[in-house]
Design a protein around this ligand. Structure first.
Ligand code: WT7
Length: 651
């Protein structure tokens, strides 16, 4: 708990004056202005876009919680992120700067991007993709991924990007759930210099599906593709060549029509298919890219997330490209080939804005300041973080060693479901408090409440809720409107009073200035290095192993948050190394290598409440060597000593 409590004594840090002078937003009056003119204030966001048909109404809340933003407005996301920048004379401006794992680089100007997005959009139509067909993408960080996304957006086919690290099983589950008949993948990619066969994973997923799947394969490894292409499979380059010079008129989409699906973990085993619309989502991401990330069209901006997660969708692809900036996309890891990689990329590209995750910052801190010190980072103007709480020590290290105390740090809280940023300081307006994300974004309304849904006193922990709709909000869950209401709106809403409150699943504290400190998830979801995973998903993979009777997994925060698994063996099975390997393999096959437990602890029982619920909190405290919280609800208190003893032995 040390990291959490540290935040309290922390003083605030005013935004650097040099930054404020040039900031996109520097007037504190924006908070009142937005509050007084709500929801009309969100027009400021919609005005950043080009619409074919203006909206009649900013918000229609008649059918809450199925809100309609920018009612009857029509637009196209690909047009807004690409075409209009050609028309405004920026065709030779770099849109995408790609840095490959083997130090290759590729730059796409807006004109290049336009050409390839059009050609691929034409190709998608050739292979049978129609408006509203879901196109799944299973690709690492290569330029063809955002190109394919924008091509889908162009023809009104929602994309569903599945993180490349997911297993064939996980991919198949998501494709089946989305009823997706199209898959875009690549032959393979490099992991720390070694080629990894992505295509065989994709093929295995397709084998598991009943319906016919049309697959497009990008050549990432540089080998000939012909011999790997089976029936119903096309080479990306062949399709582009066949459509050379083709143009495709962007399809006019209604604001509420889907732009994409993104699967995320929930408390049950089945991943949730979050549906994002077009107008509200793009307005929210463009506006926050401008107001929070302070992106200007001439900026080179780098978000180090993976496009396979929401951060990459909103703040590598849609937000920055809507603003006409240069977005950097990096395929590799921060320590390959060495620990200078990130700083070298910033220096070489004169990156203005850098947005990353606390887990990465903690790793940089551990490696030492000599790596950033050896590089010229003076191009940086703003730093950001997202994905999990950042402890004040890491925050200060980042502020000092990377930002040279000249760059504001925005600690942005949001979620797959919120589409865009919800809680953060505005860098040119508010004081920063290390370890404390900040107030709600202007126009967003959050409340920290107790079990009864009443606002808690400042300083007390409660549930983090959002009590007014916002443009970037999910439209629904692909799995059904009922599940959408159940998952997010059941807990604290009072439908009889027409009061709808969105529950985030997070616990938080609010201080006297209205600043939010996010404490973490209160549901059975863990955050592994910024990747959200449902404990149920991992546990069901583990109990699928013969000889394992029961399992519980928790997150442990080291440098990287990792998974600790506690498992009970069935009678007659040895809790040995080979069983441990089987557990690891089961998780790799069921979910993906990134979800593999760091430790598998075999025990004879799990801590349970009298009603039989596993007390994960307690296991979490044990895994993190923290003082145990309240154990009075335990049915089997003796289990604690047993597990602590095993844990101790293993270290
Ligand atoms: C969960 C959402 C939003 C993009 C990345 C993750 C945690 C996110 C912060 C932050 C503390 C944070 C929350 C949230 N989280 N940002 N700045 N401070 N916690 O998206 O996979 O949907 O996960 O990430 O627990 O609920 P996601």
């Amino acid at each position: 708990m040390t990291e959490r409590s540290e935040g309290k004594e922390n003083g605030s840090v005013p935004p650097p004056p040099g930054f404020v002078e040039q900031a996109n937003v520097s007037d504190a009056g924006i908070y009142d202005e937005f509050e007084e003119n709500w929801p009309g204030c969100w027009e400021r966001a919609a005005e950043l876009l080009d619409w074919y048909e203006g909206y009649d109404e900013v918000l229609n809340d008649e059918d809450a919680p199925f809100y309609e933003w920018f009612v009857d407005g029509r637009l196209n996301a690909s047009y807004n992120c690409v075409d209009r920048h050609l028309e405004s004379g920026r065709k030779n401006h770099a849109a995408l700067k790609w840095v490959g794992k083997l130090k290759e680089t590729r730059t796409y100007t807006y004109q290049d991007l336009h050409r390839e997005v059009n050609e691929f959009a034409a190709a998608l139509r050739d292979i049978g993709v129609e408006e509203d067909d879901v196109v799944t993408m299973y690709m690492p960080m290569i330029p063809e991924l955002p190109i394919a996304m924008l091509a889908c957006a162009r023809i009104g086919a929602p994309h569903s990007v599945v993180f490349a690290g997911f297993s064939a099983d996980a991919l198949a589950t998501r494709m089946e759930s989305a009823d997706s008949g199209f898959l875009i993948t690549c032959d393979g990619y490099y992991r720390r210099g070694n080629a990894f066969n992505q295509k065989s994973q994709a093929d295995n997923a397709v084998l598991r599906l009943d319906n016919e799947i049309t697959t497009v394969v990008v050549d990432r490894l540089g080998d000939e593709l012909d011999h790997v292409l089976g029936e119903g499979q096309y080479g990306y380059d062949d399709l582009i060549r066949a459509n050379a010079g083709a143009t495709v008129e962007p399809v006019e989409r209604e604001a509420g029509e889907a732009l994409f699906l993104m699967y995320t973990s929930g408390t049950t085993g089945e991943p949730k298919g979050v549906v994002h619309g077009t107008g509200g989502y793009l307005s929210h991401t463009a506006w926050t890219s401008k107001a929070v990330l302070d992106i200007k069209p001439d900026d080179t901006y780098w978000c180090s997330a993976d496009i396979g997660w929401i951060t990459g969708h909103s703040y590598i692809v849609y937000g920055p490209l809507a603003l006409g900036a240069t977005t950097v996309m990096y395929e590799g890891t921060p320590d390959y080939p060495d620990r200078s990689r990130v700083w070298e990329i910033i220096e070489r590209n004169s990156v203005d804005i850098f947005y990353t995750a606390p887990t990465a910052i903690r790793a940089f801190m551990k490696w030492g300041s000599e790596y950033p010190e050896a590089h010229d980072l003076s191009s940086l103007r703003l730093l950001g973080t997202v994905g999990e709480p950042i402890n004040p020590r890491a925050w200060k290290w980042y502020y000092k060693n990377i930002g040279n105390e000249n760059c504001p740090v925005v600690d942005t809280w949001w979620q797959t479901e919120t589409g865009g940023m919800m809680v953060t300081t505005l860098p040119g307006v508010g004081d920063m408090k290390p370890g404390n994300a900040g107030p709600a974004v202007p126009g967003v309304s959050v409340e920290v409440v107790d079990d009864a849904g009443e606002a808690v006193e400042s300083g007390e922990a409660g549930y983090l809720t959002v009590d007014k709709p916002w443009p970037g909000m999910l439209r629904t869950l692909h799995d059904g409107d009922g599940r959408y209401v159940d998952e997010y709106w059941r807990g604290f809403s009072r439908p009889d009073d027409d009061k709808w409150v969105y529950f985030s699943g997070d616990e938080a504290r609010i201080d006297d200035d209205g600043y939010i400190t996010v404490l973490g998830r209160v549901d059975d979801v863990i955050n592994v290095s910024g990747h959200r995973l449902g404990t149920m998903e991992v546990e069901s993979a583990i109990v699928g192993v013969e000889g394992i009777a029961e399992a519980a997994v928790v997150g442990s925060d080291g440098t990287e948050t990792s998974i600790y698994a506690y498992a009970i063996t069935e009678d007659g099975y040895d809790a040995d190394a080979s069983l441990r390997d089987e557990v690891a393999t089961a998780v790799e096959n069921g979910i993906g290598g990134f979800a593999q437990p760091e430790e598998v602890v075999f025990t004879t029982q799990l801590p349970k409440t009298r009603s039989g619920k596993i007390m994960r909190r307690l296991l979490e405290d044990i895994a993190n060597h923290e003082p145990l919280g309240d154990t009075s609800a335990l049915r089997n208190p003796e289990v604690v000593g047993e597990i602590e003893a095993i844990d101790g032995e293993e270290e």
